[in-house]
Design a protein around this ligand. Structure first.
Ligand code: GLP
Length: 261
């Protein structure tokens, strides 16, 4: 696992976008794994900008999102389909039929099986973008999720429901269930980047980078991935014990690669 410590949240997005741009330039028909939440929004803004400037194209790109709420229609403003249309898909040259998000209104078991099959028939995910919940969840794989799990239905933890309640108005019913890629599914991506910013993520970042690998902190499974990059800002990195080492590696990497991270 490599750790990049960025000055602030904008720089987290910059480094994350740089990884995506590099991926799309070296393989224009990439399969991307995408995340929702506040963290990747700034990264998506940068990708939109790069696409407008003609530096990248999504014309041959396929995408698979991590998760979707169960019980709300994809037209619902808080569905992850709406989120992705608003923050990325409506602004780039991607074909709608190449964008995949689990459907929360179909038979969830059948949908989960089909979602796995679609990822496999697309050739697997080249680059997976992840955020992390304060409790260490990735996708909607809450603590104690099997580290080998596949796409399936999960019940959201009360903390996660509270954290995400900011997106729902008080008179709206907030879903407690979701379909999520499993941890085993996520781990099959050829490369993974996890982004985190802000001091409220400091405990999760400490646990995932330096803690024991445990189902109590699902993101800690990235310690087993051979090509995982964790990009955090200083606030999210503040509890890391080996911070000086990560900064040293970062300096050495920059020295060897020039300005390209
Ligand atoms: C949700 C998503 C996760 C995301 C997490 C953190 O629960 N299912 O994929 O990582 O929120 O979101 P934020 O970036 O808003 O902190």
């Amino acid at each position: 696992m490599r750790v990049i410590i960025a000055e602030n949240a904008d720089n987290v997005a910059f480094y994350g976008a740089q990884q995506c741009v590099h991926q799309l330039q070296s393989k224009p028909e990439s399969v991307l794994g995408l995340a929702t939440g506040s963290t990747p929004i700034a990264l998506y803004e940068q990708l939109i900008q790069q696409c407008r400037e003609g530096k990248i194209s999504f014309a041959g790109v396929w995408t698979f999102n991590l998760d979707e709420y169960i019980g709300i229609d994809e037209q619902h403003p808080q569905s992850y389909r709406s989120f992705m249309q608003e923050h990325l898909f409506d602004h780039v040259d991607i074909e709608r039929e190449n964008t995949h998000i689990p459907k929360g209104m179909l038979d969830p078991e059948e949908e989960s099986r089909e979602y796995e099959a679609k990822i496999t028939s697309a050739g697997g995910i080249d680059l997976q973008i992840l955020g992390v919940g304060r409790n260490g969840h990735i996708g909607f794989n809450e603590p104690t999720s099997s580290l080998g799990s596949r796409t399936r239905v999960k019940t959201l933890a009360p903390d996660t429901i509270r954290d995400n309640s900011r997106f729902f108005s008080s008179d709206e019913e907030q879903p407690h269930l979701a379909i999520t890629m499993g941890i085993g599914t996520i781990m099959e991506a050829r490369k993974i980047i996890l982004l985190a910013a802000g001091e409220n993520k400091a405990d999760a970042v400490k646990a995932l980078v330096e803690g024991p690998m445990t189902a109590m902190q699902p993101a800690s499974v990235l310690q087993m991935h051979t090509n995982a990059l964790v990009i955090v800002d200083k606030a999210a990195a503040q509890k890391l014990e080996m911070i000086e080492y990560y900064q040293w590696v970062q300096q050495e990497t920059l020295r060897l690669q020039g300005a390209d991270c």
